[in-house]
Design a protein around this ligand. Structure first.
Ligand code: GDP
Ligand code: CA
Length: 312
């Protein structure tokens, strides 16, 4: 059993690699801090990205959304004067409609997600980090933006001065999350190369989560989302710089210090390994850029091998 923690596009790629290696022995705990209500629908962007990626139906060009999507509904929404800044494809809308209907019927997000995953034939288990609402708020000076406003509408154009996870103080890990992290057959925890600030931190901020990870007593391995001082995609490096952290694998190690036992970095960053090991974090160098499905599977194998080496 392996537990992986993931946000959307970057995290889903490694989660997919792990699923290709261990299938049903994988549980992915996914960020729900990006969730929001739009057009009356409950959208869980990271859950959907992980779900679609593991189901093999993700749009390969964007990493999010469904492959071969059509946009008739959104086009007509715009024609009728509605908002079209958040892209919702026709097929994708089916997910949001069903999820919203079931949430309104009083079901838990965890059960709804399990139902959607089983309909899509996923081998691995996908769990929202919590059934309680947590909403990421991006602070830029005196201004506060709901996450999707910052990420999609403003395209991350404002500098981040702080991040808040609204509602997190009263959120709890679901019993399924707790069960996965206390499972006696758990052998490793993998922090996928998701954005540490926007995707992994909300998961870690759920009260009890860090304690569960620590008490699991298994190696915790992270894969750096930063390669050669830059993010593969998205604002991770930009946010690190804005928060006064050097955007490098060293910055990632410092961020996860005390939580992780090992960090996987790319060969281009090998010269920084010594400094990271001096922090008490073991480093493994490997190709951590995932371009193909085979890259995902190989990186997942490397993570498992690394974790097993850390355990012995
Ligand atoms: P989001 O929720 O869709 O923004 O996605 P995540 O937070 O899960 O992933 C975004 C992060 O993934 C970014 O910081 C990227 O640098 C990182 N990322 C994307 N693709 C790769 C990859 O192939 N390898 C590595 N190491 N990181 C990646
Ligand atoms: Ca996300």
């Amino acid at each position: 059993m392996i537990v992986a923690m993931a946000g959307g596009v970057g995290g889903a790629k490694l989660a997919d690699g792990l699923a290709r290696c261990i299938g049903t022995e994988l549980t992915v705990i996914v960020n729900t801090g990006d969730d929001f209500e739009h057009l009356g629908l409950h959208i869980s962007p990271d859950l959907d990205t992980v779900m679609y990626t593991l189901a093999g139906i993700a749009n390969p060009a964007t990493g999010w959304g469904i492959a071969g999507e059509t946009w008739n509904t959104l086009e007509h929404v715009a024609r009728l004067g509605g908002p079209d800044w958040f892209k919702l494809g026709d097929r994708d809308l089916a997910t949001h409609i069903l999820r919203t209907q079931r949430l309104r019927g009083g079901e838990r997000l965890t059960d709804i997600t399990a139902g959607l995953c089983s309909a899509l034939g996923l081998p691995a288990r996908v769990l929202p980090m919590s059934d309680d609402p947590v909403r990421t708020i991006v602070q830029s000076g005196a201004d506060r933006y709901p996450f999707q406003d910052y990420f999609v509408r403003l395209k991350c154009a404002v500098p981040v001065t702080a991040l808040h996870f609204e509602g997190v103080a009263s959120a709890r890990p679901s019993r399924e999350v707790e069960a996965a992290l206390t499972d006696p057959s758990l052998t490793a925890i993998v922090l996928c190369p998701s954005n540490p600030y926007l995707s992994i931190d909300p998961i870690l901020a759920v009260p009890g989560m860090r304690l569960l990870i620590g008490k699991a007593g298994v190696p915790v391995v992270a894969v750096s989302p930063i390669i050669g001082g830059a993010a593969v995609k998205g604002p991770a490096a930009k946010i690190m710089a804005e928060l006064g952290v050097t955007p490098s694998v060293t910055g990632i190690a410092e961020h996860y210090r005390g939580l992780i036992d090992g960090l996987m970095i790319d060969a281009v960053d090998a010269d920084l390994a010594g400094g990271i090991e001096a922090m008490g974090i073991r480093v493994r160098t490997a190709p951590i850029l995932m371009r193909t499905n085979e890259d995902r599977r190989k990186l997942a194998e490397e993570c498992i091998t690394f974790a097993m080496a850390l355990a012995s």
